[in-house]
Design a protein around this ligand. Structure first.
Ligand code: NOJ
Length: 576
């Protein structure tokens, strides 16, 4: 299997290599405390959802204002990207105070009202926990770097300069790609797998671990229902730093992910937080292989509930992807977890370009059917689905021309690095245009009006010009809109446990345009048939005979007996 290393796109942007794969899940009944298996999660990038104070940055009051909308989607949980105090080197993934709300986003009182508003609507809240690293502006790091004998020194990883150059480690966000940064105050280097402003925390230090559990306790006691662990598979480090063979070596991941100690830390976190407060846990990343993925989510091991792997979202490349590869990757993950374990499923998030631009066809002709098709897929697979804000209305990539247009540190530093390496910069910009994380972070398109109704000020990242056509208001009352199709799909999933728990069987594995599978649970069987192409396709499947259509992204399905003529990007679910 392909190894599941985090920000896949980072490898496309910063290294130029790529890989593939994604998640899926279980069977059998769910206990009440397994609510997360039946959840439909809606991911909100708070910076871009709704601004209420005119500073061009989304805020918690904006989320509060939109709670009825969120409820109307039929989702049952919200995952919020980090909202804690941060200097925003990496848009909140560099935290300077874990117990405070970023001023841009509002106050703790706003947070409390937002959480209460979600709970009134039976919506759970999942918070991002970013503890592989902190901000370099966090008090721990300020202390740690101040002297070699400071009590916080061992909260981070330091390499004294008198030992010579530190053993090379790769940094995902550094413009020079080096994860060690020299600091003259104590004549030593500190480790940062991400940007220089994101020093890695030392998880082998029990005091640091207790600090993290205290922070999680603080949020759990506020009533937060789940935690998403950012980049956690990197948290344990092999501090003997064996010589690194380089990024092109297929074993490179073995130097970064799932190092000794990680499972112990997760079990300790589970004991102190997850099981004590009954909160759900999901890790970004599913380890290096299926064995790791199983170990992370195996209920008997008492570590995590879910993980999300990257093989699926790695499938679409600049220049297209083969549907057969997509089917293979998603089916492989499903098979692996069919009997045991539970994973999550997603097609986009804040680290990915927009779903329809990568997996579908975002042209005016096919945008609507292909978005509906992708939502049909997302919401009819096994595993907990994570839908990303804006995908319920078919938001697309934005078309930036210049590097200055990009805000993301990965894009900017990736550009500097590619130029220093003498790469073909035209090709780099074309790929960035397609794959950049900024594509997935443009403001939510509420209306066709100024700044799409996101802000009365100047948005921190431009609003996509296509908000004139693609916006919530235009789709709200149209029964055939992408938005209302999304709502029908969430209802269907909620009303049919077969779509949550049922076994999955892939049909027509070698077909290059059609993705078809059955789901079966407790005597109920459903068939999903989707045409992933711009052309009509005829399909012949014995299952089609006498099957009853339960949802269709076109007005009707043209069929006779076991044969059906599918329109471009048509997606149908039938009851068998
Ligand atoms: C993964 C997050 O999803 C991404 O947005 C962030 O840049 C890195 N982890 C570093 O925290």
């Amino acid at each position: 299997m392909n190894r599941s290393f985090p920000p896949l796109f980072l490898f496309l942007l910063l290294i130029g290599c790529a890989r593939n794969s994604e998640p899926t899940t279980v069977a059998t009944e769910t206990a009440d405390d397994d609510w997360w298996k039946e959840s439909i999660v809606y991911q909100i990038y708070p910076r871009s959802f709704q601004d209420t104070d005119g500073d061009g940055i989304g805020d918690l009051n904006g989320i509060i204002e939109r709670l009825d909308y969120i409820e109307s989607l039929g989702v049952t949980a919200v995952w919020l990207n980090p909202i804690y105090s941060s200097p925003n080197d990496d848009n909140g993934y560099d935290i300077s105070d874990y117990r405070n709300i970023m001023t841009d986003f509002g106050t703790m009182a706003d947070f409390d009202r937002m959480l209460a508003g979600m709970h009134e609507r039976d919506i759970k809240l999942i918070m991002d926990v970013v503890v592989n690293h902190s901000s370099d502006e966090h008090e721990w790091f300020v202390q740690s770097k101040s002297s070699r004998d400071n009590p916080y020194r061992d909260y981070y990883h330091w390499w004294p300069a008198e030992k010579g150059d530190p053993p090379y480690r790769y940094s995902l966000f550094d413009a020079e790609g080096n994860a060690w940064k020299y600091d003259s105050t104590t004549d030593a280097y500190y480790l940062h797998y991400f940007s220089q402003k994101q020093p890695d925390l030392n998880w082998s230090n029990p005091k640091l671990r207790q600090e993290v559990y205290d922070i999680m306790t603080f949020w759990a006691e506020k009533g937060v229902d789940g935690f998403r662990l950012d980049a956690f598979q990197f948290a344990a480090k092999d501090t003997t730093y064996p010589e690194f063979p380089g990024l092109t070596d297929t074993t490179f991941i073995d130097y970064y992910a799932m190092q000794d100690g990680l499972h112990d830390y997760l079990r300790e976190m589970n004991e102190q937080i997850f099981s004590k407060y009954g909160v759900m846990s999901v890790a970004e990343g599913a380890g290096r292989n299926f064995e790791d993925a199983h170990a992370l989510v195996d209920a008997d091991r008492q570590e995590l509930n879910m993980a999300y792997a990257f093989d699926g979202v790695d499938v679409p490349k600049y220049g297209g992807y083969a549907l057969t590869t997509m089917k293979e990757v998603f089916s492989r993950w499903d098979a692996e977890f069919a009997e045991d374990g539970w994973l999550s499923i997603f097609l986009s998030n804040h680290d990915q370009a927009r779903m329809v631009s990568r997996w579908g066809n975002d042209s005016p002709e096919f945008r609507a059917p292909s978005t509906k098709l992708l939502n049909t897929f997302l919401l009819s697979m096994r595993g907990t689905p994570y839908a990303y804000y804006g995908d319920e209305i078919g938001m697309t990539n934005i078309d930036f021309d210049e590097i200055e247009d990009y805000q993301d540190i990965a894009a900017r530093n990736g550009y500097t690095k590619a130029r220093a390496q003498g790469k073909d910069m035209e090709q780099f910009m074309r790929e960035l245009n397609f794959l950049s994380r900024d594509n997935g972070r443009t403001p939510m398109q509420w209306t066709e009006g100024p700044q799409a109704g996101f802000t009365t000020g100047t948005p921190w990242l431009p609003v996509n010009d296509n908000h004139a056509q693609i916006n919530v208001a235009a789709q709200e009352d149209d029964p055939n809109s992408i938005l209302n199709h999304f709502r029908q799909m969430t209802r269907l999933r909620q009303d049919h446990p077969v779509l949550v728990h049922g076994s999955y069987e892939l049909l027509l594995p070698d077909h290059e345009e059609l993705y078809a599978y059955t789901r079966e649970w407790e005597g109920v069987r459903m068939l999903v048939v989707m045409n992933f192409s711009d052309e009509g396709v005829t399909v012949d499947l014995p299952e089609l005979e006498n099957a009853e259509v339960v949802i269709d992204n076109y007005e009707s399905l043209s069929r006779t007996g076991s044969s059906a003529d599918l329109n471009p990007w048509q997606a149908v679910i039938l009851s068998l």
